[in-house]
Write a protein that binds this ligand. Structure first.
Ligand code: NAP
Length: 306
């Protein structure tokens, strides 16, 4: 049994990882900050990790085997308005955690993003040259570089995922479900393509990559390419909502603050070769997402911060 220290445990990935893994597969201790969790079975630490000494104190207290670093400012438009804060949490903090992990001989898994690319070409491999378009993507790229510079044994995963979050608003999938359930008209971008992975599939893939002892940079996204519009329609069909509520639209008409990369598809050949099998398929992941909805999981996790 591995003891994971999970930063960003109140966030979309961190919380789902902790709930799926703790006690069933491994032990976890989470770190939250502005949204402290209640009513959970795993141990928590509350900290602003950008404060000097915070990660060192937690490592000394928790003594984990692995640090899974999910904490970030992952709100693309907020990063654009607060570039210095984004730099502190997305660029500097990962390097500090990587250094601390190395000093303590603890394995580190760092979560990065598909958005480091400009999206002109798509199907990017780990050798392709990043070209970040926004403060978020630039700071995330600096973060992964900082990790690997001081801790080449770390595993860095560029991901894209969806699932249920405590705010109910963190993932695009939640946006579609929330609006479709209320029969609201909404827009789906036909000219932004990506490779979404259900967060529980990502949690399993992280565990497997850790068990295999992978290190260095890997792309870890779903095996199927789709537009954001197609993603919305797939959700509507799975949940038996009306797909005609989603209007096909260009992202150029979307009124977004930060620049977006139109083609965020990543090549995952390196990871599939290392794991020895394909990455989890889209449709079964979507079924799990809907099954959680039917069983009241989105409502349950909201109560964890009330
Ligand atoms: N969501 C996606 O589709 C997506 C796509 C690609 C990559 N990623 C990457 O995946 C990772 C997880 O993303 P997510 O969507 O799960 O993020 P999220 O839901 O926005 O959660 C962010 C987490 O970071 C914590 N945090 C922020 N600043 C902190 C600080 N100074 N000290 C301690 N904790 C802090 C937050 O804690 P509090 O809320 O308690 O303050 C929260 O738990 C990030 O690295 C993100 O860049 C996400």
């Amino acid at each position: 049994m591995t003891h994971f220290l999970v930063t960003g445990a109140s966030g979309l990935l961190g919380l789902n990882f902790c709930l799926a893994v703790d006690g069933k597969k491994h032990k976890v201790t989470g770190v939250d900050y502005r949204n402290p969790l209640k009513w959970i079975n795993f141990k928590m630490q509350q900290a602003n990790l950008t404060k000097p000494g915070a990660i060192e104190r937690i490592i000394n207290e928790v003594k984990p085997d692995v640090i899974l670093h999910c904490a970030a400012n992952a709100n693309v438009d907020d990063c654009e308005s607060h570039p210095e804060e984004a730099e502190a949490v997305n660029s500097i903090l990962p390097g500090e955690i990587a250094m601390a992990a190395s000093n303590h001989k603890i394995r580190m898994i760092h979560i990065s993003t598909d958005a480091v690319f400009d999206g002109e070409v798509g199907n990017y491999s780990e050798n392709a040259m990043p070209n970040p378009l926004s403060v978020y993507s630039l700071t995330k790229l600096r973060g992964e570089n900082a990790v690997l510079a001081v801790n080449p044994q770390a595993l860095v995963l560029r991901v894209n995922f969806y699932g249920w979050s405590i705010s109910g608003t963190r993932s695009l999938a939640e946006f579609f479900v929330n609006n479709l359930a209320e029969q609201k008209q909404l827009k789906g971008f036909t000219d932004v393509v990506f490779c979404p992975m259900m967060v529980l599939d990502l949690a399993d893939t992280i565990l497997e990559a850790n068990e295999k002892g992978l290190n260095g940079l890997f792309h870890c996204v779903g095996p199927e390419v789709m537009s954001k519009y197609d993603f919305g329609v797939a959700i509507a069909n799975q949940f038996e909502f009306d797909p005609a509520l989603i209007s096909p639209t260009s992202y150029l008409e979307g009124g977004l603050v930060a620049a977006r990369s139109p083609n965020l598809t990543l090549c995952t050949d390196k990871l599939t070769a290392a794991l020895g099998h394909p990455l989890p398929a889209f449709q079964p992941g979507l079924k799990k997402f809907q099954s959680q909805y039917r069983h009241g999981f989105p409502e349950m996790i909201k109560t964890l911060v009330e």
